[in-house]
Design a protein around this ligand. Structure first.
Ligand SMILES: Nc1ncnc2c1ncn2[C@@H]1O[C@H](COP(=O)(O)OP(=O)(O)OP(=O)(O)O)[C@@H](O)[C@H]1O
Ligand SMILES: [Mg+2]
Length: 357
């Protein structure tokens, strides 16, 4: 049965601009072409699409929305709860949507909060500390920290605020990176133990039953040693990375990476889809790095590429995401009930007409 599907998204061109803008300010938002491609894939399956751009007037647009379900890729503009905003509004309106709930989306955006849950679940993840400004470094006893460390914004994605210089080897480098992140990105910095090993990412779809797509390895193109490789803004911008999917790993390592990815998905109570980043520590043990419950769906995004490696086309992936969300929220049954209710209301109106005369 075809659904009426709302499609909620943030376009790069609508991103609020500021005078102090950095080059990656709009990195996590969508191009129109991505939105159009998702809409086309959904239409091809017989669904009717109502586009809901995240712009001024969003709230009233959502209040007027008459759809069976929303396909949500809206990131929101700012703050660590930004990804939770559209789902929270949809919950208040009783409209089902794809993806995780507001709590999971907000938790997963703050890497320190996420890692607290991951650690408590017994999943390996590097030590970290969150500081709001350089003055708070004094509380960390900077001289006793184990270098190298990695410094990144506490709640960004799409490599925003991550550069080759994020790996710091001494207190001066640490001070400079914390200073840069807290002033330029206006949020706390996460200081994390640096993981020197190979890097992987795992795409997951599903709920009670979940499917993990083939593991992808992200590697430097040139002779860069893994311990110096950082998959960051500079690397992406200069095409210095390569992707191997399925990753060339032993069965034992594959099982350990999948274990971290799937346990993390469960521990954070993700729904429908997510992409988990994993990196090996100095002893070769896979560690949880971060999770993306709203993974990118552009032509160059890693999530659809990992799906493709298991023979799932972009169109099939979009259909699968909608299908698992529709099953979880019982959209078919809701549609039938709504249609029956409308018939009853129409019938009552019909009967009451003569009485009013
Ligand atoms: N503790 C760490 N040790 C080593 N490298 C790290 C560490 N943390 C991050 N990195 C590197 O920086 C990259 C970006 O970090 P991270 O995945 O946390 O940021 P993100 O912006 O949320 O990523 P995404 O683009 O997946 O949304 C990682 O893919 C990895 O290469
Ligand atoms: Mg990442």
């Amino acid at each position: 049965m075809g659904f009426a599907v709302g499609l909620a998204y943030n376009l790069k061109k609508d991103c609020p601009r500021s005078d102090t803008e950095v080059e990656d300010a709009d990195a996590e938002f969508e191009e129109q072409s991505t939105v159009d491609r998702i809409a086309k894939a959904l239409r091809a399956r017989g669904h009717r699409i109502v586009k809901v751009p995240y712009r001024p007037g969003l709230l009233s647009r959502l209040q007027r929305l008459n759809v069976d379900i929303v396909f949500n890729i809206a990131e929101g503009w700012e703050g660590r709860c930004r990804e939770a905003i559209v789902p929270a509004i949809l919950e208040s309106l009783g409209i089902p949507y794809t993806g995780s709930d507001p709590l999971t989306l907000a938790v997963c955006l703050d890497k320190a909060v996420t890692k607290a849950i991951i650690s408590a679940s017994g999943i390996p993840t590097p030590w970290c500390s969150k500081v709001s400004n350089v003055n708070e470094l004094a509380n960390l006893r900077v001289d006793s920290l184990k270098y190298p460390l990695f410094v990144k914004p506490a709640y960004e994605g799409s490599s925003k605020g991550v550069r080759s210089s994020s790996k710091v080897t001494d207190p001066v480098g640490l001070f400079d990176m914390v200073n840069w992140i807290t002033t330029v990105y206006g949020q706390p910095a996460l200081i994390e133990e640096f993981l020197p090993g190979r890097e992987f990412t795992v795409g997951i779809v599903g709920n009670k039953e979940i499917t993990a797509f083939p593991i992808m390895e992200v590697r430097p193109v040139a002779e860069t040693e893994p311990e110096s490789f950082v998959y960051c803004y500079d690397t992406k911008h200069n095409n210095l990375e390569q992707f191997l999917c399925p990753a060339p790993v032993t069965d034992e390592l594959a099982a350990a990476i999948l274990d971290v990815a799937i346990k993390s998905y469960r521990a954070l109570e993700c729904r429908d889809l997510a992409r988990v980043d994993v990196r090996l520590d100095g002893t070769g043990v896979p560690n949880f790095l971060e999770i993306n419950p709203l993974p990118g769906l552009s032509t160059v995004s890693l999530f659809p590429v990992t799906a493709m490696a298991s023979g799932i086309s972009f169109e099939e992936l979009i259909d699968k995401i909608l299908e698992v969300a529709a099953t979880r929220t019982n959209v078919e049954a809701r549609k039938v009930t709504q249609a029956q209710n409308q018939q009853v209301i129409a019938g009552q109106r019909h009967r009451t007409v003569p009485l009013r005369r």
